[in-house]
Design a protein around this ligand. Structure first.
Ligand SMILES: Cc1cc2nc3c(=O)[nH]c(=O)nc-3n(C[C@H](O)[C@H](O)[C@H](O)COP(=O)(O)OP(=O)(O)OC[C@H]3O[C@@H](n4cnc5c(N)ncnc54)[C@H](O)[C@@H]3O)c2cc1C
Length: 448
């Protein structure tokens, strides 16, 4: 039985955007239909949304649903996560954020917009975090892991072949520019860095985040926004987090106007979606390394993180994460890493890291964690997340609309801001056309 705490019933049923049905449809929102008819009706009851998953995807959608609330269109959100905030891949992510594909040596799909929206969410989360009341608990949390949510140290990628030199150079983006730098300049940023082709690409504005803390802060920002909305006469806007597993969509039947599935690699473990999503899973292990006290020369607090065949996400002068492995088709979504799996990951990652940063040999192993990526298929625009209304996939005759926001692959941080905003708008207006067709075309292929 689902917790009733957030539900506000309207005694006189009102025609809501998502209740629109095209003739003969099973409640799906066909392209080309907009049904924002009653958005201006002040008598409308709150829109009841179930958000499944509290990772980058789920919390971005929560923020944007709340942000697009108005006096006329209030939202009541229940977030369900079986583990809690950051319980999946987001919580273990390396936290590296930049808008480029180093392998393809180009800007990613809508890279500039995605970058801007993600940075915006990071700032919102940071502001909420810093506005918290200071208690002994928050102080202790802040002291752990050097206390940052966003580390603005930039990211450096030594060129690995000649192709990179030219193409990345062509793709400069004002807010996250790439500066080609020579070996000496690169080594002034990271002493003793290996720069095989005498060129490295420096993204001074690129960031790495502390994923768990960012997600906690984003949730706090959502809670703050609900309080703000309530005191500004937007009563009825609500947000509840339930630590609970949703085993099938049927469980939610009748309770919600919209169900938004943000379950990462576990989306296709729902019986209604099993085998119907074009996703491949890929487990990644990240090792936490520390510099022992007897090593005097630490990693400068101002030095960038490093991208190469293995990446180093700097957490502080004596703490970094090294990633990541790629175990395709794994179904193991547990964050725990056995001694055997950790040893294997170190054997794979250390040689790659030391080829670029030989100083890594001084660092010692302090633990490992892992997550399961949900990898989407390759399209002419690259590997793009899967979005859209999926009532046709779910089947049955529902008054509720089911939406998917999944397949964020290895770039969840870059995509979560913009795409979370787009799907929130589409959900509220019951209009899938607000989502670019590149992101919904997968569903037409699945149906055919
Ligand atoms: C090792 C590794 C390193 C990575 N590094 C980076 C990086 O540096 N930069 C980057 O941008 N991306 C990185 N990624 C990718 C990024 O982590 C993902 O793209 C992103 O986390 C996906 O977010 P999500 O919200 O879709 O899924 P998730 O974060 O997996 O969230 C899904 C949530 O749903 C919950 N859940 C699952 N099933 C149920 C259920 N039945 N009922 C209720 N709740 C459920 C889970 O507990 C989880 O909290 C990395 C991924 C891995 C594995």
């Amino acid at each position: 039985m689902l917790p009733p705490s957030c539900f506000i019933r309207n005694p006189s049923p009102t025609f809501l955007p998502w209740e629109w049905k095209s003739p003969g449809s099973r409640g799906g929102c066909s392209r080309g239909t907009t049904s924002s008819v009653l958005l201006s009706s002040p008598s409308q009851r709150p829109v009841r949304c179930a958000l499944l998953g509290a990772g980058f995807a789920g919390l971005s959608v929560a923020w944007h649903l709340l942000q697009h609330s108005s006096k006329e269109l209030r939202v009541c959100i229940d977030i369900y996560d079986e583990v809690g905030i950051g319980g999946g891949a987001s919580g273990v992510s390396g936290g590296l954020l930049h808008p480029y594909s180093p392998k393809a040596a180009k800007l990613l799909w809508r890279g500039a917009e995605c970058w801007k929206e993600s940075l915006n969410l990071l700032s919102i989360a940071e502001a909420a975090w810093h506005s918290r009341e200071s208690t002994s608990e928050t102080q202790e949390f802040d002291q752990e892991l050097n206390g940052f949510i966003v580390r603005r140290g930039g990211i450096l990628r030594p060129a690995m072949d000649i192709k990179n030199l030219n193409v990345l150079n062509d793709n400069c983006l004002a807010s996250c520019r790439i500066e080609p730098i020579d070996k000496d300049t690169a080594q002034s940023l990271v002493p003793k860095l290996c720069v095989p082709f005498n060129t490295a690409f420096y993204m001074p504005k690129a960031v790495n985040i502390h994923s768990q803390r960012y997600l906690q802060a984003l949730f706090l920002a959502c809670e703050n926004l609900v309080k703000e909305l309530s005191t500004s006469g937007f009563g009825g806007t609500k947000l509840c987090l339930h630590k609970k597993s949703v085993n099938k969509l049927l469980e939610l039947q009748g309770e919600y106007d919209a169900v938004i599935i943000c379950l990462g690699a576990k989306a296709d473990m729902l019986p209604e979606l099993s085998g119907r999503l074009p996703l491949r899973t890929c487990r990644g292990v990240i090792a936490h390394l520390q510099l022992p006290d007897n090593i005097g020369e630490d990693y400068s607090d101002h030095s960038p993180s490093i991208l190469s065949d293995a990446w180093l996400a700097i957490q502080g002068p004596r703490s970094l994460y090294m990633g990541s492995t790629w175990e395709w088709k794994s179904r193991n979504y547990l964050p725990n890493v056995s001694a055997e799996e950790a040893t294997k990951a170190l054997q794979e990652l250390l040689p790659k890291a030391s080829a670029i940063y030989p100083g890594i040999k001084d660092w010692t192993f302090a633990g490992a964690r892992a997550g399961l990526r949900a990898m989407p298929p390759l399209t002419p625009h690259g590997s793009l997340p899967l979005l859209g209304c999926i009532n046709d996939l779910v089947g049955g005759n529902h008054t509720c609309k089911y939406w998917l926001f999944g397949g964020l692959g290895s770039r969840g941080l870059l995509y979560h801001g913009l795409l979370g905003k787009l799907i929130a708008q589409a959900v509220l207006l019951g209009n899938e056309d607000l989502i670019p067709s590149e992101l919904t075309s997968w569903r037409r292929k699945s149906n055919s």
